[in-house]
Design a protein. Structure first.
Length: 384
């Protein structure tokens, strides 16, 4: 019985959250440096909505914001655009590094040329993530219109080789492989290619914020049991990764209401859009639109921006401690506290009956302390 219970907790990932996670301060800032992009990716809001597509984050605002960087572990420069299109992108990276903070960004790889690679190495960027959407030219190029699979992998290889040539530990080079109905079967092959190229990790995120009904239909996860074929593709990819001793990160295909806190953890992270507005995450401010709609379980969900302040007007410290922002975060703090309370009241579980009682009490505690209303129709809140 003890082994059965141990296997259950290992499989589900249920654990007692540390007490210091309940009232922490932020340690990661994500900054949308531009809304410009040279691609028209099938799943991106930029492709389907007008929005504000040609804006750059003001350098003066970024300079003022930099006084907050020493408190951060990481400033991640990416939003609803291609970061390398900002004319002062590497000046931004340099300012982050000057404030004793790590820097990272996600790119579509189009501008990952020799000059950019040289700057990445010179400035000791911590993370560089390159986006993919297929394991072959047809799949990738169709989903990410304007991108070219072979050229992209060539650029990634050049970055890997330059890092090796200079004997550097950074950047950590990640490939982000979007999982959809079209791309999931290619994941095992992409693991092999990523290992052969020599990147540090392959991340396989779900299509967690579809902008259209068609894209929502292309997701492979949900609240129901996943397709055996889809699950097998993920399992096969993990088997390949294990044999190669290569790092692969995948997300569950079955969503759960028992997720304590979103992966983007608004207790530790925040997002600054291209205007300098502070929001909990990149999904809470999409292209500055008040009429943006995403899809959730087949239904359209209107999503006006959730903004708690502007760096053009206030210091980040002031915005973070504003009562309405604190009230938003309190929903997640309450979930953590109530989960802790249930767990601490059960120091041991010796039988299947005790396990059932524990799970029942956990479900009750979490149902009585839901996420903020804005998050309740977002796939990320359920583990996507």
């Amino acid at each position: 019985m003890k082994r059965i219970i141990q296997r259950f907790f290992k499989k589900t990932g249920i654990k007692k959250p540390a007490r210091d996670l309940i009232h922490p301060g932020p340690n990661i800032a994500q900054v949308e440096v531009t809304t410009r992009c040279n691609l028209k990716c099938r799943m991106c809001p930029r492709t389907h909505f007008s929005g504000e597509k040609h804006l750059d984050f003001p350098w003066e605002v970024f300079q003022r914001f930099s006084v907050f960087f020493p408190r951060m572990d990481l400033v991640y420069l990416q939003g609803w655009g291609e970061p390398l299109m900002h004319p002062r992108f590497f000046d931004m990276v340099a300012l982050v590094r000057q404030n004793d903070c790590q820097a990272g960004f996600t790119t579509n790889g189009s501008f990952l040329n020799e000059t950019a690679i040289g700057e990445i190495l010179r400035l000791s960027v911590k993370y560089v993530t390159i986006s993919l959407a297929g394991a072959d030219p047809h799949t990738h190029d169709t989903i990410r219109a304007g991108s070219h699979f072979d050229a992209l992998l060539g650029s990634v290889s050049n970055l890997v080789e330059a890092k090796r040539r200079e004997g550097r530990e950074t950047p950590q080079i990640h490939l982000s492989y979007l999982i959809t109905r079209d791309s999931v079967a290619g994941l095992p092959d992409m693991v092999r290619k990523a290992h052969e190229i020599g990147v540090d990790r392959l991340i396989a995120p779900n299509l967690d914020s579809p902008a259209t009904k068609e894209e929502d239909d292309h997701r492979i996860f949900g609240f129901e049991e996943p397709s055996r074929d889809f699950q097998k593709a993920l399992d096969d990819a993990q088997i390949v990764a294990n044999k190669l001793k290569f790092r692969l990160s995948v997300w569950p295909l079955k969503l759960s209401s028992d997720i304590l806190i979103c992966e983007l953890n608004p207790l530790r992270q925040f997002f600054v859009n291209v205007h300098g507005d502070v929001t909990p995450c990149t999904y809470s401010s999409v292209m500055g639109r008040n009429d943006y709609c995403r899809y959730f379980s087949g239904a359209e969900v209107p999503s006006s921006p959730l903004i708690f302040g502007s760096l053009e007007q206030d210091e980040m410290e002031v915005i973070w401690n504003r009562e309405e922002y604190r009230r938003f975060r309190r929903y997640y703090q309450n979930r953590l506290q109530q989960h802790n309370q249930v767990s601490l009241n059960r120091t041991s579980i010796h039988s299947i009956f005790g396990l059932n009682d524990y799970l029942r009490d956990i479900d009750k505690a979490l149902s009585e302390n839901p996420p903020p209303e804005f998050c309740r129709k977002c796939y990320k809140a359920y583990g996507a």
